[in-house]
Design a protein around this ligand. Sequence first.
Ligand code: ADP
Ligand code: MG
Length: 644
Amino acid sequence: MSISDEFLKDIQAQRKVGASQKRFSGTFMDYIEHVKKHPDIVKPAHKRLYESVIKYGVSTMPDSDPRKKKIFSNESMKIYDYFKDEFFGMERVVSKLVQYLKSAAHKGEESKQVLLLMGPVGAGKSALTEHIKCVLSGQTYYHLAKDPQRGEPLQLVPRSLRDKFSKKLGVSIEGDISPVVQYRLMNELDGKYEDYPVEESSFSQRGRRGIASVPPMDANSQDTSVLIGSVDISKLDRYAEDDPRALSLNGAFNVGNRGIVELVEIFKNEIEFLHTIITATQEKRIPSPGKSDMLYFDGVIIAHCNESEWNRFQSEHTNEAILDRVVKINVPYCLELDQEVKIYEKLLGQSDFTSHIAPHTLRVASMFSIMSRLKPSGKCDLITKMKIYNGEDIIEKGRVKRIDIEDLREETSREGMSGISTRFIAKALDGALSNSDKNMITPISVIESLTRMIKDQIADEEFKQHCLEIIQKIVREEYLNILENEVAKAFVSAYEEQAQSLFDTYLDNAEAYTTHQKLKDKLTKEEREPDEKFLRSVEEQIGITGSAKDGFRSDVTAYMFAKMRRGEKVNYTSYEPLKEAIESYLITSVKSMARIITKSKTRDDEQQKKYSDMIQTMIDDYGYTGESAEEILAYASNNLWRDS
Ligand SMILES: Nc1ncnc2c1ncn2[C@@H]1O[C@H](COP(=O)(O)OP(=O)(O)O)[C@@H](O)[C@H]1O
Ligand SMILES: [Mg+2]
């Protein structure tokens, strides 16, 4: 079969499927029958949107999710499935947004308010709005035929009969038909609204059905026709100016009736422009072009803007009327490292990026963006704050350091409303790739690329210096730490088993020490004293010396046995301070060898074998390629172990 024949078959098959999906089409009376059977098809825009989102599923963040305790201070957080795979570290924002829709769906004051997403560039405002619009796409709704506003057919029912219709059908009837429908009804159907044709259509932004978006316009080209349509001048030689046939109801509020109207960067528009929006939301009416009466409008209005636009707008008291009609939701940048990494995984997944991404690359980039967004604290340094915001335990002298995440948050205002944007990072990742001749990006090339971009693109001198300090000092040092551990770890063969066995030995000894008992050898049944030297050499790794050891040993023992009593499994990673001690013990034991072999220009057979094994572990267990492993090791040998 030729390619064109093959496609022709597909085209025809698809058309057949399309034709078999029967859409409703009938008179108003047919529609009434249909509503009686499916009263759920009649609903206001906010309710439709809310129900569409909820349909995907809602759950509460489970107690087993460590983020609940560490990040959300045990607050019960709702998770909305419709958003959860696309938006990261934004649970609070999404939750407020759905809360708005919920109140509006119940016809609270929110149904008369504009939803305004306010936040810095690249925080995801547009993406969020786009995603919300998407939930409607493909769904269908019923409307009056040939009505540019696609009004609800029940609006044909005159006031005097509405009560009865409402009761019998079990739905509420709101709003009025458009002048276009009115004209048709009177002139083509003799007022017999029972015969008025009704159709079913799908929501579609491209098809301009129920979803509309208004880009910001400069003052000169601003014209309310974008919002409410216009009088078609070409028709004025045939029709009078107030004749509905001369109306072009193709503005965003006409098109977006029953669904969503999005106002992109709303405050870039002139104030006159905004008044239409106010009447639309508050009174559910929009002006008609020409001389007709106001038109009914029912839709969700979603706007977005950045903080400086908001501040400017807010500072003018003439704008109070508008401010009063806005539900503002702040959309800050993500401040959680693990979640920020997911954003770039998503962005790269969506692009046609197929290159190798060496381990820690996105993490290093994310560390930079997160730290650029954090306000300094007197309680800890920037990187510690980043780790606490990421829900990590901070270990100091064998104990988890208590810095309360809420205290840190309360110290600041506006945190997350400024700093490096997601787009800046995305560009740096692209930049790192296009500068590489090896079709890969590594933490090293990303640090370089970010440094270049900071120098070229950040105009504010103070912020530039701050960013350079973060990337060249804090991030770089943290990466070197990670790298040093990783290289040494790659040197320890069967790392996990060794760590686990060390852990078991430590626990046995610490328990015997704490309970003043002897250890019994499993094989010989011989009894002996706890191995003090061994215990100390592990504890030293995390700075526990002198009398602190007693506390640490009993803490560890109590913690582990409490866990075991609850039937939980314990392993070497169970107690963060001990895990750190054990890892450090293992790594220290091979560090000098790792250094020698990595650094040496010539290796004997045995060394060469060690080196190759290490590379193999990096490839098999850590996700490097041969090329990236070599590059990273070259960097390690130049930058690590300098003073040893
Ligand atoms: N928290 C987040 N979770 C998922 N994606 C995000 C997040 N923040 C930003 N993004 C992504 O970053 C990109 C830029 O966001 P965008 O919506 O254009 O920002 P804005 O409109 O706020 O300037 C988008 O592709 C968006 O999906
Ligand atoms: Mg945007």
